[in-house]
Design a protein around this ligand. Structure first.
Ligand SMILES: NC(=O)c1ccc[n+]([C@@H]2O[C@H](COP(=O)([O-])OP(=O)(O)OC[C@H]3O[C@@H](n4cnc5c(N)ncnc54)[C@H](O)[C@@H]3O)[C@@H](O)[C@H]2O)c1
Length: 441
């Protein structure tokens, strides 16, 4: 028999808490309305509290979720306010322990693709139940509710909890993964330095929040641009979390590079491996064709057109995002979400023998001679435990090394621009040219 209580929180608002109920036998009912003898009703009068109620033959219990003061505890949403006896479910289905995943910018375009992939089991596997903690901005709070409604209506069996909020200190509580997508786009006439500052502040605050309330082994994937330097700011503000746990997303660039190499070689893209993106997620990024392979052979043995590799290929990958915006009228969202999935899966599944993947990571003790104390995309391998190691057996030639130095110089300059956000003194911003982010015009 199910029961629900309406519990006043310490503040003026009310939160729904359905307490440790004998809900396990009714789980499938909730997830599968065809079988259900329950009915859930949610009402949100204009400018007021969302009121949900669950009714069944046995239960008539009001369930309430407030929205009045957005700076409060993250809300459980609708059907996700019901709690179930997960233990019984785990026993029957051999499910793993629930993991908490925070997604910021959850009402944005990338998240609109990503959240449904996460909830479907495509990312963490069909035996991994998840809780989604959605962080939005004040402006996007209502849209966040819309996202939560779509998640409800999708009836994902693995999605056990959804909560929404705008305070990272609330939303990041106990999270094991933090996918930091939310950021401000560069407005017309805004300098890159301005973007670094405005978004840097977001990531400084979120770093502090992660440090205060997240799992001590949280893995952080920074997507919001400029993502390398945002990741640096974030990790500097989270001193109690290993710096190694922070990533800047460069997997989309790797995927784009693989596609272009496949196209030129006339092979299907699954034949392309060992592609590294070195450096910054900007137009100084270096897609490495020297170490990449096609069908197990060095790219340069398959594509003999060095001019194409050095000029066209490199430039195509670097500017792909901008070209796509011109065609689409908006920046890449679906392929970015796919690349976030790829990036996470690369950390939670063992890397195939002989291959590697690119991710922007903290350069502490790197074997290549790249400047320390920045976030730089490099080749990595993982045992599938969420951790990674840098690949040692890569080669460099003058072309590759000169390009790496250029992207390194950009990241060192960006770092100086945000010194006020990393606790390293006064910011001095002298960027070597106003490079575009791949997602910009
Ligand atoms: N690293 C990459 O490969 C890559 C690729 C594409 C886009 N991006 C970047 O990802 C970011 C998001 O892109 P999008 O297309 O989803 O943008 P979007 O504008 O559709 O969504 C961004 C969302 O973030 C929210 N937001 C803003 N500030 C926030 C904050 N402080 N906390 C939480 N949420 C906040 C906004 O309200 C909005 O809903 C951008 O910075 C974009 O440049 C990175």
């Amino acid at each position: 028999m199910a029961m629900a209580e309406l519990i006043p929180s310490s503040s003026s608002s009310l939160y729904t808490k359905t307490t440790s109920l004998q809900y396990s036998s009714q789980l499938s009912n909730v997830l599968s309305p065809r079988l259900s003898n329950q009915r859930r009703v949610c009402l949100k009068p204009r400018n007021s509290t969302i009121v949900c109620s669950v009714t069944s033959k046995e239960v008539q219990a009001p369930v309430s979720v407030k929205t009045e003061d957005p700076k409060k505890k993250p809300e459980c949403y609708g059907v996700f306010c019901l709690t179930y006896d997960l233990k019984a479910e785990e026993e029957t289905k051999s499910w793993k322990k629930l993991i908490n995943i925070a997604v910021s910018g959850a009402a944005g375009m990338i998240s609109n693709h990503l959240l449904f992939k996460l909830a479907s089991g495509e990312v963490f596997g069909p035996d991994q139940p998840i809780a989604l903690k959605l962080l939005g901005s004040e402006r996007s709070l209502q849209a966040l509710e819309g996202v939560a409604m779509e998640l409800e209506d999708s009836l994902f069996p693995l999605l056990r909890e959804v909560s929404i909020g705008i305070d990272p200190y609330e939303v990041f509580q106990d999270v094991e993964w933090a996918l930091l997508i939310g950021a401000k786009p560069r407005g017309p006439g805004m300098e890159r330095a301005g973007l670094l500052d405005i978004n840097g502040q977001i990531f400084a605050e979120q770093g502090k929040a992660l440090n205060a309330v997240a799992s001590r082994n949280v893995k952080v994937m920074v997507v919001g641009n400029p993502c390398n330097t945002n990741a640096l700011i974030c990790l500097k503000n989270a001193p109690d979390i290993p710096a190694k746990n922070f990533h800047a997303l460069t997997r989309l660039d790797e995927n784009r590079a693989k596609c272009q190499l496949a196209l030129k070689a006339g092979v299907f893209y699954d034949k392309v491996s060992n592609v590294t993106i070195w450096g910054n997620h900007s137009t100084t990024q270096v897609p490495d064709f020297l170490n990449a392979k096609i069908d197990g052979l060095p790219v340069k043995e398959v594509i003999k057109d060095t001019k194409w590799l050095e000029e066209e290929f490199t430039q195509k990958v670097q500017t792909r995002g901008g070209v796509l915006i011109k065609k689409w009228g908006r920046s890449s969202a679906a392929s970015t979400a796919v690349s976030i999935v790829d990036a996470i899966r690369s950390l939670v599944t063992p890397t195939p023998e002989g291959d590697w993947f690119s991710t922007g990571v903290y350069t502490a003790g790197n074997p290549y001679g790249i400047a320390e104390d920045i976030v730089f995309s490099m080749p990595c391998r993982s045992k599938g435990d969420g951790d990674y190691e840098l690949v040692k057996d890569v080669i460099f030639d003058d072309y590759l090394w000169n390009r790496i130095k250029k992207t390194e110089a950009e990241l060192l300059a960006e770092k100086k621009c945000v010194a006020h956000l990393t606790g390293e003194g006064i910011a001095v911003c002298d960027l070597p040219g106003d490079t575009m982010l791949p997602g910009e015009m």
